[in-house]
Write a new protein. Structure first.
Length: 388
């Protein structure tokens, strides 16, 4: 099977390509900068001969059309994932416009599944007072409505989610995946989650918002994407509901794409799948860091409500401050309001790796790649077996 992949030089895209090549598929990459391909794929042992590279941009209709022409399937993993407020214009261009262009072109050209990589923050958790719903408060599943967040990253991914659901409702073979926050080795661009773990080990995060978020291993999400290419039930998991969460639940949507999307039940049966992972509290997260590294890592946990104003102020300052401030409003808000995937949320039959394994592998990679001094890794570097 020939699979066109966008975002292949990113964390999710690169690992997904490795999983697809391992499964015997051929890959065609659409990339803005071909010079980044080797750096992204070589650590994952993907041979250059296993991929074709097409230079282009996901917002350019002509280059996208050329990249998907003749493909049997498409994985749209291109996305700007960051809570850095300086990137808001780029997020709107890539996450919203890019999804519209890629899914439209893929629908016209590809005969097989079109996998759109969404995120759990695009979904609105079950409200705490809804007697008509059998779902537990605070949970999300494949039928959850699309959220209406204020934070830029979440808002642009929610808008992209509505684009994907519109195609599903119209009968296109679009498959949506919802990866949790992801860690793991070989993060080509040192994304927000990996950088946050590094900053915690560098002692830059003594304060944490109470709460939690879904967390998983990038290699497990990559395995899910490879499986969905040939899974017979990939596009028939749930009845489509392109509903939008009420404004009162999560705030007003800042983009017209949310208001223009179809509402209410409709469309054919379509596939939505959660990436393997588990919900962890911030206390659990820090505890695992301590266990893996053997370090004390002093930390205080404050109510998220008291930290959100700090995050909002940090976002305003960040727009003019040249160095990154590790106190983003989006990260704090996510810890306070992230939904817990329900027990019925499917993960493609893939069992998530133990969190300690994922964290340990991430820490070791940070050291090996020069992003973290070995002394900050404690017992995790070198490998525990060698330490003993």
């Amino acid at each position: 099977m020939l699979v066109t992949v966008t975002g292949g030089t990113g964390f999710v895209g690169a690992h997904s390509i490795a999983a697809m090549v391992s499964a015997g598929h051929r890959v065609r990459m659409l990339v803005r900068d071909p010079s980044k391909v080797e750096r992204a794929l070589a650590p994952l042992h993907v041979e250059p001969s296993a991929v074709d590279v097409v230079a282009g941009d996901v917002t350019d209709e002509r280059s996208v059309a050329g990249a998907v022409r003749g493909a049997d399937a498409v994985l749209h993993a291109a996305s700007v994932y960051s809570f850095d407020s300086r990137l808001r214009a780029r997020m709107r261009r890539v996450n919203e416009r890019g999804t519209e262009v890629v899914l439209g072109a893929a629908r016209r050209a590809a005969g097989g599944p079109i996998i759109h990589v969404s995120t759990v923050v695009a979904l609105a958790p079950e409200p705490s007072r809804d007697p008509s719903s059998p779902a537990r408060p605070g949970t999300i599943d494949e039928r959850s409505p699309v959220a209406r967040p204020r934070e830029t990253y979440a808002a642009t991914k929610a808008a992209a989610e509505l684009v994907a659901r519109r195609h599903q409702a119209e009968g296109a073979p679009v498959v949506i995946t919802y990866p949790p926050a992801l860690l793991g080795p070989h993060d080509p661009n040192l994304g927000d989650q990996t950088a946050r773990l590094r900053d915690a080990l560098r002692g830059l995060m003594p304060l944490w918002p109470a709460g939690g978020f879904p967390l998983g291993d990038v290699r497990d999400t990559a395995a899910l994407h490879a499986r969905l290419l040939t899974a017979p039930d990939a596009t028939s998991a749930v009845r489509d509901t392109a509903t939008i969460a009420p404004t009162a639940r999560t705030g007003s949507a800042p983009h017209a794409a949310c208001d223009a999307a179809p509402a209410g039940p409709g469309g054919p049966e379509t596939g939505r799948h959660f990436g393997p992972g588990r919900y962890v509290t911030t206390r659990e997260y820090v505890r695992v860091l301590r266990e893996v590294t053997g370090r004390a890592l002093p930390a205080a946990f404050l109510p998220a409500a008291t930290m959100i104003p700090v995050g909002l102020l940090a976002d305003l300052v960040q727009r003019v401050w040249p160095w990154h401030i590790p106190a983003e409003y989006g990260a704090i808000h996510t810890c306070a309001h992230a939904g817990r995937p329900a027990g019925t949320a499917g993960a493609g039959g893939i069992t998530p790796r133990p969190l300690a394994e994922t964290v340990g592998d991430t820490v070791r990679w940070l050291c090996e790649s020069g992003h973290l001094p070995a002394g900050r890794a404690g017992l995790a570097y070198p490998a525990p077996a060698l330490v003993r």
